[in-house]
Design a protein around this ligand. Structure first.
Ligand code: F6R
Length: 609
């Protein structure tokens, strides 16, 4: 949450910061601001609202002109979104931008108040700015020393971009928990919350580790540890190019990302298939390692957790190994029964989700082995896990996850096939057959995308609804959870997902003609049961939309509207049927005119609890 950028170089700094922030706005968009050196004074421009509001403000009031500075796009934690609470925040000669939460800010604020300091905002960030200035005044001329002393006092998570008025055209940065990279160009250097913010200028970057401090000038980027010792770091090169972070003619990033799913699946699974069989050895997973685990826990948040639920069905069905799925924020505080002999799988697109990261650390402490399934390269979860499978979805910019979910479940399948083969639950021939089918999935998704018109019609029927139910059984239930989340986060229409068989234990009382029901029915063995449940809601007046296989001959009165997905192997149907659910949510939001890529109150990469 919150995006930060910093620049020291020869270009127009305001332009570089605004360009970088436009790539990071998905991380938070309550307010935005920049601080730029104009010779040796720091000029700040900030505004409540989107980057567009800041641009407008700068058009009216003038824009800072210079070659070094810092910028921020905010997702409010302490203090309402307002001009006053927008970053950058100042304290004496220090100006900073911050991503994270300072947990002991109240105590620090009391200390600073006792020293006669006054505060202008409600944020925890301003406390850090004041503390930095306080220590800097104690040892003037030594900003890194002030940073090290401040770091010792801070509890919580932070990535900070800092400028000191006494050090024109220099940018300082530090991090603990919240991510930060240092971009390295020719005659220019950068800091950013993620690499997409600097791709236009350079692909080379250092990953700043916990407790490291970066000092940037136009000529060089130097990294120090907390003992003020210089550190040599490995220069990394991003394998994404700028088009991966652009809309490329699509109306929204989300629509582009939905259409990127076939490629994302291919890129993710192809390197993990050898001679037609799953092969995860490159990720540290061999049949021998897999046989050691007596139990699996999958821990994640939101959409990634929904991918875990698909994983549970598939692993239990094919490999007969018990799987628990947990919401990371619950897992970490409920004293889970996890220990040696257990495998804990953490699924995360960003690899920075605070609760998922904490859950993984807890699992390690308890003696379990951890496997991370992560999209963002070099992220904290990726670095700390015992075993790692990268999904190769490329950058996901839309706040609502689509292609990342798709590749997370693709990996769940590969994992389940390999485990089932290793423990003898499926034969080699069956494993080969399933793997070949998985390789056909991208083509099937292409087919669905080429015939997506019906999802627009369905969406137009939903926009007047106040509330919706998604129902399904088995894997269809797992999928309906994801469909429901997508719809509510994008269109702000309330929706719930229910196991179809559970409806009559209470929830059916909500059904009226004003409560549409979306039923997912792709599991042939459960079809008759699901149809009975559909009839029950239809009999009570609900309009029913059915997402089902092409070949299912539903009686005329079962569905008011129907989206048919190609006939395919039941167990792989989630990868197909999720596509119309994503599109229904997308078009409903478009029809309602909500901000599809940046829904209200949300942010991508939830780096706070
Ligand atoms: C919903 C969505 C979120 C994320 C969740 C976990 O569309 O994107 O529910 O799935 O915040 O994020 P990651 O995968 O980055 O850990």
């Amino acid at each position: 949450m919150c995006g930060i950028v910093g620049y020291a170089g020869y270009r127009d700094c305001t332009e570089v910061l605004m360009e970088g922030l436009s790539r990071l706005e998905y991380r938070g968009y309550d307010s935005a601001g920049i601080a730029v050196f104009e010779d040796d004074t720091i000029r700040v421009a900030k505004s409540k609202g989107r980057l567009a509001d800041l641009t407008e403000k700068m058009q009216e009031e003038g824009r800072p002109e210079g070659h070094a500075g810092i910028g921020h796009t905010r997702w409010a934690t302490h203090g309402e979104p307002s001009d006053r609470n927008s970053h950058p925040h100042g304290g004496g000669c220090v100006t900073i931008v911050h991503n994270g939460i300072i947990e002991n800010y109240k105590k620090l604020k009391e200390f600073l108040l006792s020293k006669g300091r006054a505060f202008e905002s409600d944020t925890d960030t301003e406390v850090v700015a004041q503390l930095l200035d306080y220590y800097y005044l104690n040892s003037p001329g030594n900003p890194v020393d002030a940073i090290i002393r401040t770091m010792k006092e801070l509890e919580g998570s932070y990535a900070l971009g800092v400028v000191f008025a006494d050090f024109p055209d220099m940018v300082f940065a530090l991090r603990k928990e919240s991510p930060l990279i240092v971009g390295v160009g020719e005659g220019e250097n950068f800091i950013a919350s993620d690499v997409t913010a600097i791709l236009r200028y350079t692909k080379n970057y250092y990953l700043l580790e916990q407790g490291e401090i970066a000092v940037l000038t136009a000529k060089k980027a130097t990294i120090y540890d907390t003992h003020y010792q210089k550190i040599q770091k490995e220069l990394k090169t991003a394998d994404w190019d700028i088009s991966a972070a652009e809309k490329c003619g699509y109306a929204h990033f989300m629509l582009k990302e939905i259409h990127e799913q076939p490629t994302a699946v291919k890129t993710t699974i192809t390197p993990r298939i050898t001679d037609g069989m799953p092969d995860l050895t490159e990720c540290g997973i061999t049949p021998e390692t897999l046989l050691k685990f007596r139990q699996i826990h999958i821990v994640a948040c939101g959409t990634a957790m929904h991918a875990g639920i698909v994983g549970r069905y598939v692993i239990e069905k094919l490999a007969h190994v018990p799987v628990n799925v947990d919401i990371a924020s619950e897992f970490r505080y409920r004293e889970p029964l996890v220990g040696e002999g257990d495998l804990v799988i953490i699924i995360s697109q960003s690899g920075e989700t605070a609760d998922s990261l904490a859950a993984m650390r807890l699992a390690k402490e308890l003696g379990a082995k951890t496997l991370a399934i992560v999209n963002a390269k070099g992220s904290s979860i990726a670095r700390e896990a015992d075993m790692l499978i990268y999904t190769h979805a490329g950058p996901e910019i839309a706040v609502a996850s689509t292609k990342a979910y798709m590749v997370q479940i693709a990996v769940m399948y590969l994992f389940a096939f390999e485990l089932a083969l290793a423990n003898g639950s499926i034969s080699e021939a069956e494993c080969r057959r399933l793997t070949a089918l998985l390789q056909e999935v991208p083509e099937q998704i292409e087919h669905i995308l080429a015939h997506k018109e019906m999802t627009q019609l369905i969406a137009s029927e939903l926009i007047t609804a106040d509330s919706l139910l998604y129902i399904g059984r088995g894997l269809d239930y797992a999928l309906s959870m994801e469909g429901s989340l997508k719809l509510k986060e994008l269109s702000y229409i309330h929706s719930e997902s229910y196991a179809a068989g559970e409806l009559k234990h209470g929830t059916i009382s909500l059904i009226t003609e004003n409560m549409p029901v979306i039923a997912v029915a792709t599991q042939t063995k459960l079809l008759e049961k699901t149809i009975s449940n559909i009839k029950e809601v239809k009999a009570r007046g609900a309009k029913v939309i059915v997402v089902c296989k092409e070949s299912y001959g539903l009686e005329q009165d079962v569905a008011d509207l129907r989206f048919s997905v190609p006939d395919f192997e039941d167990i792989l149907m989630p990868m197909l049927a999720v596509v119309p659910l994503q599109l229904i949510a997308y078009y409903t939001a478009v029809h309602k005119g909500t901000d599809v890529d940046k829904p209200r109150n949300l942010a991508k990469s939830v780096t706070v609890e």
